[in-house]
Design a protein around this ligand. Structure first.
Ligand SMILES: [Zn+2]
Length: 470
């Protein structure tokens, strides 16, 4: 009679503790084994961590890496196929990336250890030779209409109906890094706004970031598995536009975007912020006040909150400036200013993120800023209307910037205005230390665009609803 090996007690459904590989604190967390695979010399267990830990952290563990907590509980449900990551790695351009989630690539591409994906057209292959041959010949450029172009960034509007295949490839690829996304094959109802950045800017920022990462990795507690690993350089021309991210938008919905993804090899470069800013700029052109499709992922929530916060600071500073005059501080110059000389009267514009549209926008309706006593108040409804950010999110941002709220207004005192200026200066200083892309702003003068007719909201409905109580 053979005694069972200790690992035999680890069945699907067993509750265990393990150290998430991507967490900065490296504390063991509780989770459940939801899948087991038998390899020639050992077993591997797929552990899904209990909420609030994100599904992204689910990973394969070996027996010695886990700690037994309790046997399979009665209410354990056999996991569905999409709960287990099916493709472990992808190779794309110069990067090998660990994926985060299941993606419904069609068979036989859906059960491979590594999938090769062309960074130009997003076509996929299982075999390296096929991929290499494709890449060497692929002349694909982003389809659709180029609606924005400055010296660094371009954005294309791609209709999911007319460019179905590319949009499907884009969705399948994003699903590897986005949880809870259900659109893969029915792309007709969506428009995709695809962002590209010139290779030379990416190269420069990535080189800087790698040197930072190398330093960080000297700290042993810092996990490195999620970081991208560059594979051999396949020289792209310095002015070639690289796909870096996109957001999609439902043609008949009020959301400013439904899905947003920065390609994971370009995380932390500031691309998410550019995409969000762009989405809100388009929303303002459409007279929309909206938000992203909810619920947001943990990463999505983080990025949006940080965007709303910055946008609110900008707004309050502009208003404070009108009321109390300029607060003297040195604004970090961004390179778009070097390239295109900005006339003196427009200097104020460059202070606010993507401001030109706000200007034309605000002139369309009266403002309701009231004076009460000696305090100056700014209505949340006005902020929402002028930034395109829905009132609920403005309120969330109010907490982040520690604004004093009186009824539906933010109280803007001189000292609070100065505080906003100082905080914004800190944010800008941090941006200045980061790379080119982080310092870059979308400039509305380079946008050539008309909203889809179905997307345009009349001044009388969408916008006005947000600020009743008049
Ligand atoms: Zn290709």
């Amino acid at each position: 009679m053979t005694t069972p090996a200790p690992e035999d007690f680890f069945a699907v459904g067993t509750n265990v503790r393990a150290v998430p590989r991507e967490e900065s604190l490296c504390q063991p967390a509780a989770g459940t084994i939801i899948h087991i695979k038998e390899l020639p010399d050992h077993m591997e267990y797929f552990v899904r961590f209990n909420p609030p830990k994100d599904q992204r952290l689910s990973d394969w563990y070996r027996y010695p890496e886990m700690e037994f907590v309790s046997p399979v509980s009665q209410n354990f449900k056999t996991p569905k196929i999409h709960e287990v990551r099916n493709i472990e790695y992808i190779e794309m351009g110069n990067y090998k990336l660990r994926t985060w989630y299941f993606s419904p690539y069609p068979p036989p591409f859906n059960q491979v250890e590594k999938l090769f994906i062309c960074q130009r057209c997003l076509k996929y292959a299982r075999k390296e030779e096929i991929y290499q041959k494709h890449v060497s010949e692929c002349k694909f450029t982003v389809p659709g209409i180029k609606i924005y172009e400055d010296h660094m960034v371009s954005v294309y509007e791609v209709d999911g109906r007319t460019e179905k295949l590319f949009c499907q490839f884009l969705c399948l690829f994003s699903k590897l890094f986005l949880d809870g996304k259900t659109l893969y094959y029915n792309t007709e109802h969506f428009v995709f706004y695809v962002m590209t950045i010139k290779q030379s800017y990416l190269d420069q920022d990535l080189t800087d970031m790698y040197s930072d990462i190398k330093q960080a990795q000297k700290t042993p507690s810092l996990p490195s598995r999620r970081l991208h690993t560059p594979v051999q350089q396949k020289g792209a021309k310095s002015d070639e536009e690289q796909l870096v991210g996109y957001f999609s938008k439902e043609k008949l919905s009020l959301n400013v975007l439904s899905c947003i993804l920065t390609f994971p090899m370009y995380l932390r470069l500031g691309i998410g912020n550019l995409l969000m800013d762009f989405a809100y700029i388009l929303a303002r052109f459409e007279n929309r006040v909206g938000g992203p499709e909810e619920p947001l992922s943990d990463l999505g929530e983080q990025s949006f909150k940080s965007y709303w916060k910055k946008r609110l600071y900008k707004y309050l500073i502009d208003k404070g400036q009108e009321k109390f005059g300029a607060f003297i501080y040195t604004e970090t110059q961004n390179e778009s200013e070097n390239e295109s000389q900005i006339e003196p009267q427009k200097t104020e514009d460059t202070l606010s993120m993507s401001n030109a549209s706000v200007q034309s926008w605000t002139s369309q309706r009266p403002r309701y800023n009231r004076k009460q006593g000696s305090d100056f108040e700014v209505q949340i409804g006005d902020i929402s209307y002028e930034t395109g950010i829905i009132a609920k999110h403005v309120r969330e941002a109010c907490e982040l910037v520690k604004a004093k709220i009186r009824k539906e207004n933010i109280v803007l005192t001189k000292s609070y205005y100065y505080e906003c200026c100082k905080q914004m200066q800190k944010i800008n200083n941090t941006r200045a230390q980061k790379g080119n892309i982080n310092r870059h702003d979308i400039d509305v003068k380079y946008l050539v665009w008309e909203p889809y007719p179905a997307m345009f909201q009349q001044m009388t409905d969408g916008g006005a609803k947000e600020e009743d109580g008049e």
